[in-house]
Design a protein around this ligand. Structure first.
Ligand SMILES: [Fe+2]
Ligand SMILES: [Fe+2]
Length: 203
């Protein structure tokens, strides 16, 4: 990735905190009385986000931190904690939202996530900000690049689950895009007509 792009990138630690916030915000949408189709969308969205997040940390963040920290205790526990979450995700996927065990499995997954996120946010991220200062943005850029590839492998799944998990936010975003288009298109048409009248028609 070009050096300028790296300089403009958010730091890897900011991205990791944002991912954690996103997953926990989605989890807060889940209640025992939530309709089954929405429970499934929330669970699928949270599971996909966790899988991508864990892979990004294992490929980019943990190796950089291992180089700086060596064999630190919390860091050494991180991959096994990811594997624990992956096992719970596999059990959730083998169960449907109509099953009595579904709620309990999802709450178990969120307890595992909260415990793991607490370790990262109180120990590993501050360590990274202390020890990897000059690398944080370039690592963030590497994480964005790899995220694009991983999200690209499952685009429809992520967009659909996000829309069902945050329906109001999705409608507001879509409305904002439509408003922006309505605002911009007439101006673009006027410019195009003016250019035609001047004989400088654009292609
Ligand atoms: Fe994390
Ligand atoms: Fe993690």
């Amino acid at each position: 990735m070009p050096e300028n792009t790296s300089k403009l990138s958010p730091s890897i630690t900011a991205m990791i905190r944002l991912d954690h916030m996103h997953v926990l915000a989605a989890a807060h949408r889940y209640h025992a009385c939530t309709p089954w189709w929405r429970k499934r969308a929330i669970v699928n969205g949270v599971c996909a986000a966790l899988e991508i997040h864990a892979q990004l940390e294992e490929e980019i963040f943990y190796p950089a931190l291992e180089r700086a920290l060596g064999n630190e205790e919390t860091l050494a526990k991180s991959r096994p904690q990811h594997d624990e979450m992956r096992a719970t995700i596999a059990r959730l996927r083998a169960t449907g939202p109509e099953d009595a065990a579904y709620d309990g499995l999802f709450y178990q997954l969120i307890r595992e996530v909260v415990h793991h996120v607490a370790d990262e946010e109180t120990i590993l991220l501050p360590d990274a900000e202390r020890l990897l200062k000059s690398e944080l943005r370039s690592l963030g850029a590497a994480m964005t690049k790899r995220r694009m590839q991983l999200v690209g492998e499952r685009p429809g799944e992520i967009a659909l689950n996000t829309a069902k998990t945050f329906p109001v936010a999705t409608v507001l975003l879509a409305s904002a895009v439509l408003l922006a288009l309505r605002h911009c298109l007439p101006k673009a048409r006027c410019r195009s007509r003016a250019a035609s009248a001047d004989g400088t028609t654009s292609s």
